[in-house]
Design a protein around this ligand. Structure first.
Ligand code: ATP
Ligand code: MG
Length: 577
């Protein structure tokens, strides 16, 4: 592609609206243009990256015998009512009416549609397993669209859905997708982790998220330094605390703690460490009742764990009125002594003695409180957030390391959630009607491109991994007024193309410095520089964008040199861990 004929205007300035590097670089290198909040046009060079990622996805899924189809973006409400999600799904679901007044939505995901498609075709167990996928535009009316393609409202997703005869077969489908995903992200040249994640309150299901490691990631991931265990912080398990040797249980006593509400304030005021305190959090559940959750003062409640334990879809911190009604005291002074609501406590609380808690009375705390003696816990469990540095609960050897991740994909076992409610069944070997067992699998295509930039850049711009770079080579002609340079560059351009390489040829009438800057910003893996000075010695220069390495070659040798360099780079990038 000739640059002067292409639609690619780079920006020198960092656009003010872009907070993350990938967003800035995508705008500066003319990959995307914003149309409205979270809604973008993929400009030609950006769309090439999207297509490259899509091609890798297609190859790896086809290898696993997945079958591609394309479903509609506009979905009728009826199907969503069947699955009970029409009312349940939040405001992310963009609902609207057609001219006849019928309800529709823009598909944020396609479980309903695919289940409807399959239930109409599926008759016999002989048709299973089935794994169908599409690469399609989704719409989610995200409350905070941001970071460009990272969290858009309209975005491209690959979504796949597996249908199997039973749990065992479904598990096999799950792992085949898991391995396909690992290959896809390796081929994209990304450093990533497959992370155990929360699957909500649906029993029996489990899920992995694939996270690209990057400081700008919105998710926190904990990973054992010794074993394979890696989990999203929402899910990461805590090791059972070691039992303590019990000492003398002191007499419980009330203390005035005027205005001291937070753990830090109370600990300082009473001259104890925060781990001497029992923190009491009151939550309100869907049915309007309240539940108290106790954790050690230096720990944090993990709401996801509590919610799953209680089998709830939603739960929130109680407001002042509910705290007053449930405990008899104001917020900041809640405690379990004399409390008459359901009490859950984190396992670490069991190993505390002579602790400090709120007294359910303004400006008052109890000291020397002992679980069992002074209050009774309904259930002990793992209800807190795991922290970095803690011993791993799985192997008991390594420690949790913490990093930030960008969720680029997820694999999920759905079980019979949709097949049951929407009646997607088949006749088994014995002629008995059975619900299909499903799985669903998503990859954010645009988010993967953005995550790749977050991981592959330097102060001059993007450094594309070879397999997803929009072109392989940037060819720079430094002297377009010079016939011999033009001729040599044109010949190189043709040679490279005939070798199957994708070349962006910068033959614009602009200064050399400008071309160098753009070449680095756009970040194609290889640059070839042809100019008067070099040609005098019969040489062109080849530069590797990632390493900055430069070699001079006679133009005839340049294509072979580039092929060797690309092969090398590709191997290194696919091996990144
Ligand atoms: P998130 O937690 O980031 O909102 P999600 O878990 O709701 O994402 P899924 O339903 O698992 O998303 O969708 C599958 C994939 O689609 C995600 O792993 C992510 O890569 C991508 N994705 C989801 N929401 C967006 C979005 N708003 N913009 C871009 N990509 C998205
Ligand atoms: Mg997800």
């Amino acid at each position: 592609m000739r640059m002067s004929r292409y639609l690619l205007n780079t920006l020198k300035e960092v656009p003010r609206e872009a907070e993350t590097l990938s967003h800035q670089l995508m705008l500066r290198s003319c990959m995307i243009k914003k149309i409205a909040a979270g809604i973008y046009t993929y400009m030609p060079i950006g769309y090439r990256v999207i297509r490259k990622i899509e091609a890798i996805i297609r190859e790896e899924l086809n290898r696993e015998n997945c079958i591609e189809l394309l479903m509609p973006a506009v979905q009728p409400a009826e199907l969503w009512k069947e699955s009970m999600r029409w009312d349940f799904y939040g405001k992310e679901l963009l609902r609207f009416k057609d001219r006849k007044g019928a309800d529709f939505c823009m598909g944020p995901t396609h479980e309903e549609i695919i289940t409807d498609v399959v239930r109409r075709e599926l008759k016999s167990y002989r048709q299973l397993p089935l794994n169908l996928y599409q690469i399609q535009t989704k719409f989610r009316d995200e409350i905070r669209p941001r970071y460009g393609l990272m969290r858009g409202r309209e975005f491209i997703m690959k979504d796949a859905y597996s249908f199997d005869v039973d749990d065992k077969a479904s598990e096999k489908s799950y792992w085949s997708m898991y391995h396909a995903y690992a290959r896809i992200f390796h081929r994209c040249g990304l450093k990533f982790r497959a992370v155990e994640a929360d699957s909500g309150a649906i029993g029996g299901s489990f899920t992995h998220e694939f996270h690209v490691l990057a400081d700008t990631g919105e998710d926190t991931v904990l990973s054992c330094s010794h074993c394979e265990y890696t989990a999203n912080i929402e899910k990461a398990e805590c090791r059972q605390p070691d039992p303590i040797e019990h000492g003398i249980l002191e007499k419980i006593e009330k203390k005035e703690t005027p205005g001291k509400k937070s753990v830090e304030e109370v600990a300082e005021f009473l001259s104890v460490k925060p781990d001497k305190l029992i923190k009491t959090m009151i939550f309100s559940t869907q049915d309007g009742t309240s539940v108290a959750v106790l954790v050690r003062g230096d720990h944090e409640v993990n709401e996801v764990k509590v919610r799953n334990f209680l089998g709830l879809n939603a739960m929130e911190l109680a407001d002042e009125d509910l705290i007053q009604a449930s405990t008899g005291g104001p917020s900041g002074f809640s405690g379990p002594v004399g409390l008459n609501i359901r009490i859950l406590a984190d396992a670490a609380v069991k190993e505390m003695e002579n602790a400090v808690t709120g007294a359910n009375e303004k400006d008052t705390h109890w000291v020397n409180v002992n679980p069992g003696r002074d209050f009774v816990v309904g259930e002990y469990g793992d209800f807190r957030l795991a922290e970095k540095g803690e011993r791993c609960p799985r192997c008991d050897k390594g420690e949790y390391e913490q990093f930030k991740g960008i969720e680029v994909g997820q694999v999920f076992r759905l079980g019979e959630k949709y097949s049951k409610s929407m009646n997607c069944s088949f006749l088994d070997e014995n002629g008995k009607d059975k619900s299909a067992v499903m799985g669903c699998y998503g990859i954010g295509v645009g988010r993967t491109a953005a995550a790749a930039i977050e991981q592959n850049n330097d102060e001059n711009g993007i450094v594309w991994p070879v397999n997803i770079a929009p072109f392989d080579v940037m060819l720079l002609n430094l002297d377009i007024q010079d016939d011999s340079v033009n001729e040599a560059a044109q010949r190189l351009y043709d040679d490279l193309k005939s070798k199957g390489l994708e070349v962006l040829y910068d033959e614009r009438d602009v200064r050399a410095g400008f071309k160098f800057k753009d070449a680095d910003l756009i970040g194609l893996p290889i640059q070839v520089i042809v100019g008067k000075r070099g040609l005098k010695e019969g040489l062109a220069e080849v530069k590797v964008r990632r390493t900055g390495e430069r070699v001079k070659e006679s133009p005839e040798n340049v294509p072979a040199k580039i092929e060797a360099l690309l092969k090398n780079l590709k191997e290194q990038e696919e091996q990144r861990r």
